[in-house]
Structure formats: structure tokens, C-alpha cells
Design a protein around this ligand. Sequence first.
Ligand code: GLA
Length: 385
Amino acid sequence: MIELLFKEFRKRFRNDAPQLFFCPGRVNLIGEHIDYNGGQVMPCAISKGTYLAIAKNTDKKIRFSSFDFPDKAELQIQTSYSKTGKQWFNYPLGVLDYLIRNGNELSGLDMLFAGDLPVGAGLSSSASIEVLTIYALDELFGYNRSKTEMALAAKKVENDFIGVSCGIMDQFAVAMGQKNKAILLNCDTLKYEYIPFETKGYSLVIINTNKQRALSESKYNERFAECGAVLKSLKKELQIEKLCDIDPGAFEKYKHLTGSEVLVKRARHVITENERVAKASSALKSGNISMFGSLMFDSHQSLKEWYEVSGIELDTIVEFARSYNECIGARMTGAGFGGCAIALVQKEYVNDFEEKLISFYKSRIGYEASVFISGAEDGVRSLKV
Ligand code: GLA
């Protein structure tokens, strides 16, 4: 990939000294849809991600180009930018807009992106390209932001420029990932801890439903609003700041305040999921991987029944995983409504699991799922050439 990127960069820009950067995607091991409720999540960065070859130019133009999409852009340096349709380069453009508005110096730039992360599959391809752009520009211009600040800036781009009301989990995970570690992140305080993700004889299998996540943005924003409504009603009698401030027992006592069965279900997921993350972190720390796996299954069930963000494709994968003896845990990961599931499968059985899962899925859904394996990996970084 690196050589190809270099060659293509020279060909496209006639500029021959690019620097190279990489930012991974992520999976969330457990703690779903609770980052925007002030809860704890446990993601890790993965092996696939986005690459960038970048160099300053002297003609004061910003040029974006990609291996994976035909559209390119050539822009003047301006005092702000706005989003253009659904173009892929809105992500780096949003980052430039953020930097300029925050008084960061820029010059002309040639940028070539490439990636091996499936786009729109719930593995955070957007956080990956945003954090990648901020990191590369920070290295080129010496802005001196910490990786946490980069993650926060990328979230702001996603919220304000792109228009998705996501939490901080994805940007934080792809910026801060560490090899063989899960990140236990408190999304309220941004305090974090690395937990050894030693899966002793098990592989982390990532399964893409290959379903386009058509409704995901509007449904995501709907869940976000529902959680806001629950919080508002609970605040009438409770002194809480976020939904995750309340524990499952207390919620059952005060749930009548929400005045809606649907809202009770949504909140029940959020509150019990937050508790599952705490249990999952103790399980990992004490090396109880089968307990960790069973919490993954519970998490999926809660997302399916109470939060209603799964779907036939993800449920089919988890149903198969439950029936497969050497798989100790599986769940949807990310926003849901399609995208990917993850599973922990005994290493020697991974090929058999994959083969049988693909044929089971195809017989139910009509097309194939795709499967790959990843460990927990490092976050955004420069690549030595
Ligand atoms: C998406 C969002 C994250 C998080 C997950 C669900 O990936 O970008 O902030 O809310 O969904 O856990």
C-alpha cells in the first residue's frame, strides 16, 4: 500500500516528497449507545484503516484526491468552508474549516487518501479520516494538540460540519488505540484506562453484514433525542446530569416519570449496558474471558429488544454465533441498523466458523457477509517510509 500510495501521489500531484500517515478504524467491544449518555465504553482500534500521503505545495491550493472515490477537489485557502453534498472529502474539508476557524496556520496542500476499511460499515471510517487529517496537519504545522484534543476536534467536525450528533467514542478510539489493549473510556470525564485485551486462544472476528446502513443517521438522531427526553423527565425528581448517573435499581423505581413504554425500554438498555461495561472490565482484568463473552451476548439482546437498533442481518449473525460451541460471545458493534458484528471464537475454529456462518447467513439473508480478523491495534500514527 505504502509504495503504491507514493507512486500515485507523485503521478497525481507532481510533488515528490509526501509524508505518510495512518489512522485505524475501531470496533466497540462493549458499551453501545452510551457514550452520548455519559457512560463508560470499551472500544479498541483495529488493523484496517485510512492512509494519507500529504505534502505542502507552493501554489496555495488545497487538493484532495482518493484511491477509492473518483471525485477530487481543488480549493483556494479560504476563511471557512461549507459542506458540499455527500462528497467523501467533506470529512477532511470539515477538519480544514475547524482549523482555520481556530486560528491555525495552513498553506497549500496536496493530499491523497486511501483505505481498506469498508465505508459505512460501522467501523468508524469517518472518525478515521477526520482524526487522520487533524493528526497529519498537526505534524506538518506543529499545532501541538494532544491526541485527546484531536479526538474532540474531530467530534466537533462530525457534529457541526457533517451534522451527526455522535458521541466521542469513535474519534477517541481511533486516536488513542494501543496494541493488545482495550480502552475503558469514561465519556463524561474522558478519563481512560488501557485494559490488556488478552483473549487467550480466542480471535476477535469482525463480520460485516454488507447491509447498507440506509436509515442509520435519522434513527441514530432519534435515539439520541429519546435519551434526552428520558433524562429530562427523570430530572424532575432526581439530581442527575446524565442518564448513566442512575443505576438499574433506581431506574425501576422512577421509570414511571418517563410516561412512555418506549422510553422505558430505551433507558433500560442504556442503564444496564453501562453496568455491563463495568462487569466486562472486571472480567477482562481477572482473565475471565468467558464471562466477557457472555456479557457480549447480553449486550446484543438488550440492543435488539430494548434499544431496537439491531435488525435481521445482525441478529442472524448473533443467532449463528450462539449456536456455535467454540464462539463464547458475539454482538453488534457501533450504531447498528446493519454494519458489523463482532465475535470471540476459539482460534483453531475460526476458518470453520467463517465458512459455516457465511453459508448460514446467505441462506437466510440472500447475500454474503464478509469476515476478517483483527487484534486490538495502535491508534493514529506516522508511517516511516
Ligand atoms: C456511532 C457513534 C458513536 C456511538 C456509537 C454507538 O458509532 O459515532 O459515538 O454512539 O454509534 O455506541
